[in-house]
Design a binder for this molecule. Structure first.
Ligand code: HEM
Length: 120
C-alpha cells in the first residue's frame, strides 16, 4: 500500500519536474502560477515521507541501510541538479537535466537491487 503511493509520488515528481522544464521552454509565464510552484514541493515531501515510512515498514535500518543512504545522497544530487536545470539556460541546463535523469535511473536501480554498487 505505502509502496504503491511511493511509486505514485515518484511518477508525479518526475512529471512535475519534466513538466516545469517543458513549460520554461514553451510558456515560462505559467511557471509564476502558485499551483505550479507549490505542487512539486508537496509531491516531493510526500515522496520522502513515503520513503521514510517504507524504511520503518520493512525494518530496513536493522537489515541493510547502505542502499538507503545511497538513495538519499542521489536524491539530494537530483534536487540540486533539478534546481540548476530550472535556473540555467542553454548547454548548462541540458547537462544538469541529463544528470538529474541519470540520478533518477540510479535511484530506481538501487531501490530494486538494494545495492548501492550494483554496477561493480
Ligand atoms: C526520486 C526518488 C526515489 C525513487 C526514484 C525511488 C524508487 C523506488 C522504487 C522503484 C521502489 C520499489 C523497489 C521494489 O519494489 O523493489 C522503492 C522502494 C523504496 N524506497 Fe524509494 N525511491 C525514491 C525515494 C526514496 C526515499 C527519499 C527514500 C527514503 C527516505 C526511499 C526509500 C525506499 C524504501 C525503504 C523502499 C522499500 C523497499 C522494500 O521494502 O522493498 N525512497 N523506491
Amino acid at each position: 500500500m505505502i509502496k504503491t503511493f511511493h511509486l505514485l509520488f515518484i511518477l508525479l515528481s518526475i512529471i512535475s519536474f519534466v513538466g516545469r522544464v517543458i513549460l520554461s521552454e514553451t510558456y515560462p509565464s505559467l511557471l509564476q502560477k502558485k499551483v505550479v510552484n507549490i505542487a512539486p514541493h508537496i509531491i516531493n515531501t510526500l515522496l520522502i515521507i513515503s520513503g521514510v515510512a517504507l524504511i520503518f515498514q520493512g525494518g530496513w535500518l536493522s537489515i541493510s541501510y547502505g542502499w538507503i543512504i545511497a538513495k538519499i545522497v542521489a536524491l539530494l544530487i537530483y534536487i540540486g541538479l533539478g534546481i540548476i536545470t530550472l535556473k540555467q539556460r542553454g548547454t548548462n541546463r541540458w547537462l544538469a537535466f541529463i544528470g538529474a535523469m541519470a540520478c533518477l535511473v540510479y535511484i530506481g536501480i538501487v531501490a530494486v537491487t538494494k545495492n548501492a554498487f550494483f554496477f561493480l
